[in-house]
Design a protein around this ligand. Structure first.
Ligand code: ADP
Length: 255
């Protein structure tokens, strides 16, 4: 793969709050809101890797959707690479996503085109990048080789196993040489061996390419492999682990 392709993008969340509207009452007035993110501030330096660890229902996916520009926060600001994402037009948001940010969704199959070949999936992920930066993109075959997927280059993505699809999802997330990679439970469907491989690959991306990485997970082993861990409980973010025995709400996963 080509050398360091792009400097990492710093990320700054400033007092982000998100409340979901829970429908309307009979008079059409807003009935209730559910505060999924509550005054979340987080600074991630360029090239840093951060795990967001928290139980089910704690607000991780809401945070990821905001970071990916898919959901606008109710209040607060989000800066990526110094640009104020919360103030961007839809068009600029799309451009940022196509050029600067790689997103690895939780379900690997949602990241890929099942009927296209593995190689074409990588090429498709690179299509939005324009001329001056095209030459800096990782070579698709070399990228697949790095992920142990070179032998599957001409296979349809939908025919890969779950673990292979998750690795391909990581390749797709890295294909446009993003300055920021956002990964939502990147190991949720993997056995131990594949989990280790994906964690190593994500670590390699930050180490070799200077990519900034934010991964949400409820897996402490994944968190341990990244540079720093922050904890989210009931929509509130903290650098400190929650105290043992502290109630975290009815939606918490069974241990
Ligand atoms: P996590 O990813 O940690 O499981 P989520 O961000 O999905 O947490 O959810 C945080 C809270 O917001 C939960 O109480 C969840 O039920 C609620 N929630 C998530 N998405 C929606 C939505 N679209 N509408 C209403 N409530 C939602």
């Amino acid at each position: 793969m080509n050398g360091p392709v792009r400097a990492g993008l710093a990320l700054s969340c400033r007092r982000l709050t998100h409340a979901y509207r829970m429908g309307t009452d009979e008079d059409g007035a807003q009935a209730a809101t559910l505060v999924a993110l509550d005054d979340v501030s987080l600074e991630v330096a360029a090239g840093e890797s951060v795990a967001v660890l928290g139980p089910s229902g704690s607000g991780k996916s809401t945070l990821m959707s905001i970071l990916a520009g898919l959901l606008r926060p109710t209040s607060g600001r989000l800066l990526i690479g110094g640009d104020d994402v919360s103030a961007m037009s839809q068009r600029d948001l799309l451009r940022l996503r196509a050029h600067g940010v790689g997103v690895i969704l939780q379900n690997p199959a949602r990241n890929l085109l099942a009927y296209a070949t593995v190689l074409d999936n990588i090429r498709f992920a690179q299509r939005g990048v324009r001329r001056p930066r095209r030459g800096q993109l990782p070579d698709p075959l070399s990228l697949l080789d790095r992920l142990g997927l070179a032998d599957f280059a001409e296979r349809r993505a939908g025919r890969l196993s779950g673990g292979e699809q998750q690795r391909l999802a990581v390749a797709i997330g890295l294909a446009n040489a993003p300055g920021l990679v956002l990964a939502d439970e990147p190991t949720s469907q993997l056995d131990a061996a594949n989990r280790e491989a994906v964690v190593a690959l994500l670590g390699r991306a930050t180490g070799e390419f200077g990519t900034t990485l934010v991964a949400v997970t409820h897996d402490p082993e994944v968190a341990a492999a990244l540079g720093r861990t922050v904890h989210i409980v009931q929509g509130r973010l903290s650098e400190d682990p929650p105290r043992a025995g502290r109630p975290t709400g009815p939606l918490e996963d069974a241990p």
